[in-house]
Design a protein around this ligand. Structure first.
Ligand SMILES: Nc1ncnc2c1ncn2[C@@H]1O[C@H](COP(=O)(O)OP(=O)(O)OP(=O)(O)O)[C@@H](O)[C@H]1O
Length: 252
């Protein structure tokens, strides 16, 4: 079952091409890491997939009415700033809006989804704290929880682990794997290639205005791709504890 299908997508911003010719399909049960150097177009690609930025080509999500799209895909933007001084529980409950009718109050199943999301992000003790007064990483976790509470088949998250401590980076990626094990899928832009190879089932490398590679981490993070697109060398080995990837040197 396809949860997202992009065909020949291209975006130009202020007359400057960002990328073109991007086609891909995300099926059920995937954790897809969207990787590429700064400015490669990862954010723009996810926003185009959601219909949030004008694009040519086709996205299976972009043309849906906003409410239907919000029931199919949850979006966590790159900016982890929280605008309103509401408590964490209220913030996370906002993720349930697409499931509620106009004027309908929160139902037991919405509370259950909120509780589950708070627990997945380890936020139970912070649920009554004012979200804007949390630390940066705590605010990020609250926003991930809001995205999870939306309980959609697909999650698109833009650098959701940026700014988290190592334990929360790992547990957030593991949470995405758990979601995938339930048949949902996650597309996550990520700069930490070490965590990407350990937790993503598939990597998509965007660079130089095109989709350079799409496949298993070992097939995408080849020495050639690392040199040509990131300008680095790396140590990448399989160990009994799983794959270990360590960037080593800048090559240019
Ligand atoms: N509103 C905008 N107007 C003009 N150009 C933009 C706009 N937003 C982004 N761009 C440009 O589009 C390109 C892709 O940006 P994008 O944020 O998608 O990259 P990214 O891969 O997510 O980068 P990063 O890893 O730094 O977050 C960049 O060159 C950026 O300068």
């Amino acid at each position: 079952m396809s949860l997202l299908s992009l065909h020949d997508m291209a975006v130009s911003l202020r007359g400057r091409p960002v990328f073109s010719g991007v086609s891909l399909t995300v099926g059920a049960g995937e954790v897809v890491g969207l990787i590429g150097p700064n400015g490669a177009g990862k954010t723009t690609l996810m926003r185009a997939a959601l219909g949030l930025v004008p694009a040519s080509g086709r996205s299976s999500l972009a043309d849906l009415p906003a409410r239907d799209r919000a029931r199919r895909a949850a979006w966590m933007p790159q900016s982890h700033e929280i605008a309103w001084p509401v408590d964490v529980e209220t913030l996370v409950t906002l993720g349930r809006i697409p499931h509620l009718g106009a004027g309908q109050s929160v139902r037991p199943e919405d509370r259950a989804a909120v509780d589950r999301a708070l627990s997945q992000m380890g936020l139970q003790d912070l649920r009554h704290r004012t979200a804007t007064r949390l630390s940066g990483g705590e605010q990020t976790r609250a926003l991930v929880a809001r995205t999870l509470a939306q309980d959609t088949p697909l999650v698109l998250a833009d650098e959701p682990i940026a700014g988290l401590d190592p334990a929360h980076q790992i547990s957030t990626m593991q949470c995405f794997q758990d979601i995938a094990a339930q048949g949902k899928s996650v597309v996550v832009s990520i700069h930490d290639l070490g965590l990407a190879v350990r937790h993503c089932t598939r990597l998509i490398l965007l660079a130089g205005g095109r989709l350079v590679a799409d496949g298993a981490p070992v097939d995408v993070l080849t020495p050639d791709n690392l040199r040509a697109e990131f300008g680095i060398s790396a140590h990448f080995v399989d160990t009994p504890q799983g794959p270990v990837f360590q960037p080593l040197e800048v090559l240019r």
